[in-house]
Design a protein. Structure first.
Length: 121
C-alpha cells in the first residue's frame, strides 16, 4: 500500500503518517469535537497538507489517522474478513481523505472505495 500511495500521490521517500487506535468513547468525543457529529465512527483523519511547504530532504508530515479498534472489529465481523484487513482498508480510506478526497456523495464514496481497493491490491 505504501509504495502505491507514494506513486499515486507523488510522496517523497520520507513522509510521516501517525496511526492511533482509540476507544469508542474517544472516537465519539473526537467526532463530536471536530465534525459536530455526536456518534462513534470507524476512522477519522486530520491532514497537515493544506498550506504545507516542504524543502527537498524534509519529512512530509501528511497527517493523523485515528481508528476505533472496537468499531473496526465489528466491521470485520460484518464483512467476514480479518481485523487486520479491516484496519488496512480503514488506513487506505483515511489516506485518501488526507490527500483531499471526500465521500460526501454516493459517487464520491464509490470512487474512494475503488481507490482504496486499488491501493491495497
Amino acid at each position: 500500500m505504501v509504495s502505491r500511495a507514494q506513486e499515486k500521490f507523488a510522496l517523497s521517500d520520507m513522509f510521516q503518517i501517525t496511526v492511533s487506535f482509540v476507544s469508542r468513547s474517544e472516537i465519539q468525543r473526537l467526532n463530536t469535537l471536530h465534525r459536530g457529529i455526536p456518534k462513534e465512527t470507524d476512522v477519522l483523519s486530520f491532514s497537515y497538507l493544506e498550506g504545507a511547504v516542504y524543502e527537498p530532504g524534509d519529512v512530509q508530515e501528511i497527517g493523523d489517522i485515528i481508528i476505533c479498534s472496537d468499531v473496526a472489529k465489528d466491521q470485520a465481523k460484518i464483512h467476514k474478513h480479518a481485523f487486520d484487513e479491516e484496519v488496512l482498508f480503514l488506513c487506505a480510506h483515511a489516506l485518501l481523505h488526507l490527500m483531499g478526497y471526500f465521500d460526501d456523495t454516493e459517487a464520491e464514496a464509490e470512487e474512494m472505495n475503488k481507490l482504496a481497493h486499488e491501493l491495497l491490491a
